[in-house]
Design a protein around this ligand. Sequence first.
Ligand SMILES: NC(=O)c1ccc[n+]([C@@H]2O[C@H](COP(=O)([O-])OP(=O)(O)OC[C@H]3O[C@@H](n4cnc5c(N)ncnc54)[C@H](OP(=O)(O)O)[C@@H]3O)[C@@H](O)[C@H]2O)c1
Length: 346
Amino acid sequence: MRKFNIENTKSSYNIAVVGATGMVGRTMLQVLHEYEIPINNLYLFASSKSAGTKIQFIDKEITILELDKGSFIDKEIDIALFSAGGEISRAYAQLAVDSGAVVIDNSSYYRQESDIPLIVPEVNIDSLPIYKQRGIIANPNCSTIQAVVVLKPLAQKYGLKRVIYSTYQAVSGAGVGGINDLENTLAGRAHTKFLYPIANNCIPQIDSFLDTGYTKEEQKLIDETKKILNLYDLGVTATAVRVPVMNGHSESINIELEKPFDIEEIRELLRNSAGILVHDDIAQSIYPMPLMISGKDSVSVGRIRKDFSNPACINLFVCADNIRKGAASNAVQIARALINYNRREI
Ligand SMILES: NC(=O)c1ccc[n+]([C@@H]2O[C@H](COP(=O)([O-])OP(=O)(O)OC[C@H]3O[C@@H](n4cnc5c(N)ncnc54)[C@H](OP(=O)(O)O)[C@@H]3O)[C@@H](O)[C@H]2O)c1
């Protein structure tokens, strides 16, 4: 099996961020700093549009480099965080791996390949060593990440039979263009990113439609949930909706459990599970909302209640910061786990 640069003994690491000027890329830089990832050299890549501009990282100004076929040569990059869309991952991720880097890919391009792990650290970090096969680790879709953090403890304790998602997704999920569309349409200006004005509207289409009548976003939620939980027979269906919220995705989830449950016991289980904050006190009108979770890495869950139309089912509501836990923080948490894993192995 091949050896990656990260597997050599070292105390700090060469990190690359591809798509460093984007919503997710910029947040990755912030999270790398917050998590005190030991960095030797930091290489920032974007398109020709941004090449030559500078980004502040802690006390240094780093010049953005244009991504090209030679970008990874002779740099001894340990970890390359990709966040520039599927086409860039398709064209460049393998080149980074060929140079000895491990790629953590934020796009959907590799997520369903069986020899590429799709990781949410609180849920399936045991799949991490699969990275040795291809040198690529996929970071799941933002809506999937926040859902599986909550589904995993329920799956372990009660077993899962069926999951029904209805999402309310923020415009930041569509990158800088999504934010601009909300600001512009709120001010009465034209929209360029979404098909319709997003101000005062809800758009039940995220990504393009498949022949089945589902959108690609909905299909990602379905397929990624099964892969991450390793429950390929789980019934999953989804409706994904873009809403005029700047940041923070919300999801109403109906869950059919296999074993009998008690609602207070479920609250307690979720309170004691990694990465989760329970905000569930209806007497005080406390429940998850995008505004209260924006800027944080935890998933907020509340409105936990019985579904009286089916005694095996519960309803709950989940919110998370889609740019942080839904993308940048999850990717950096994977990077941190990869570093720790290789330090233990040395
Ligand atoms: N936003 C979310 O909530 C979210 C969540 C999960 C996953 N993701 C995924 O993360 C990725 C980035 O999303 P984002 O929201 O950060 O998008 P974004 O704000 O539009 O940023 C896109 C980034 O890609 C770079 N890029 C574009 N074309 C390039 C090229 N030809 N060569 C090199 N770099 C290029 C851009 O550089 P320039 O500035 O030079 O154009 C920019 O840095 C996408 O794969 C997206 O699906 C996003």
